[in-house]
Ligand binder design. Structure first.
Ligand code: PLP
Length: 305
């Protein structure tokens, strides 16, 4: 077992039916050997785990619609990509896939749920990875999906070529070091906004702290290029693949804050919250495309893979 003993604590308000948890077991070579069920009400992490002490690990969050894990392959591929970027052993995707599907089944009674996979470099001084998959029913995002969100444009302090010049900064990896992403959302709230769109120091739109930016200008959808040191979004990927269904073409191209202000419609999109229209940028109101937002959210929810 990878998970060291921990002190008991007061139980959290969870139950195994709504908060399923599977601990992934690894051998000394870093290969996953399987998974065991665990009680999410009890602590399982060792305080020396590098995921906790250094944020040294990776994660993925997948949406589940009535038991179907959505964009499963794209998430697993991105999990493996993040592992490569952090020089972690390659996760055994067969084991992780089975664990994710198992959690999906456990949450099949819920209209919307999510499952998260986490892999850390393990307990400091031990050659053993730590991994787990946990799930929960999703919050109700209907208001955000219909009314939209106000975003603040925040400087990320990185150039758009950071992935090429400084790969050790891990821009575009889904690491456990999300404290910066959360700090950015708090800054947005101080500015009277709900969420963030990051901008590179050379003036290009990047992504949200938990989302991909999509613009519609006429019949064309655009999103920033992934080689700008951003995460390749699975939600944006599915929407772009289906764009012809709505008579739209889809491109990846450099975009600026002026493009966002001038776009016919703009969204931030992500796995669990799905599609949320951007209704204001830095306090300036902008139009939303309510019918395309609704169509997209229906489409995303109905995905069977
Ligand atoms: N960009 C970042 C930084 C993210 O953390 C996320 C998801 O959480 C996304 C983009 C959107 O990715 P996905 O659509 O796969 O959820």
């Amino acid at each position: 077992m990878t998970h060291g003993a921990t002190l008991p604590s007061s139980p959290l308000p969870t139950s195994s039916s709504t908060h399923p948890l599977l601990l992934i077991t690894h051998d000394g070579s870093g290969a996953a050997t399987g998974f065991v069920e665990a009680d999410a009400e009890h602590p399982h992490l060792n305080i020396h785990d590098l995921g906790v002490t250094r944020g040294d690990g990776i994660f993925e969050t997948y949406s589940i619609g009535r038991g179907h894990v959505q964009a499963l392959d794209a998430h697993l591929e991105r999990f493996a990509r993040s592992a490569r970027m952090l020089d972690l052993p390659q996760p055994d995707l067969g084991v992780w896939r089975d664990a994710v599907l198992e959690i999906g089944q456990r949450l099949a009674d819920h209209e919307e749920a999510w499952v998260r996979t986490i892999l850390t470099r393990g307990i400091e001084g031990h050659d053993m990875l730590t991994g787990w998959a946990q799930g929960r029913p999703s919050p109700d995002y209907r208001r955000e999906r219909t009314e939209g969100l106000r975003v603040a444009l925040l400087d990320r302090g990185l150039r758009s070529d950071v992935a090429q010049t400084s790969p050790w900064l891990l821009a575009g990896a889904k690491t456990l070091s999300y404290a910066v992403n959360r700090a950015a959302v708090r800054e947005a709230q101080r500015r009277g906004a709900d969420d963030v769109v990051f901008v590179s120091t050379d003036g290009f739109l990047l992504e949200g702290p938990n989302s991909t930016v999509v613009l519609r200008r006429g019949d064309t959808l655009s999103t920033p290029p992934v080689d700008f040191g951003i995460l390749p979004g699975t939600t944006q990927g599915d929407l772009f693949a289906a764009a012809p269904e709505w008579g739209l073409q889809a491109v990846m191209e450099p975009l600026t804050p002026d493009d966002l202000h001038a776009a016919d419609a703009a969204w931030i999109v992500s796995s669990v919250r799905h599609v949320t229209p951007i209704r204001a940028v830095d306090g300036v109101e902008r139009p939303i495309d309510a019918s395309l937002s609704a169509a997209w959210n229906g489409y995303l929810h109905a995905r069977l893979s």
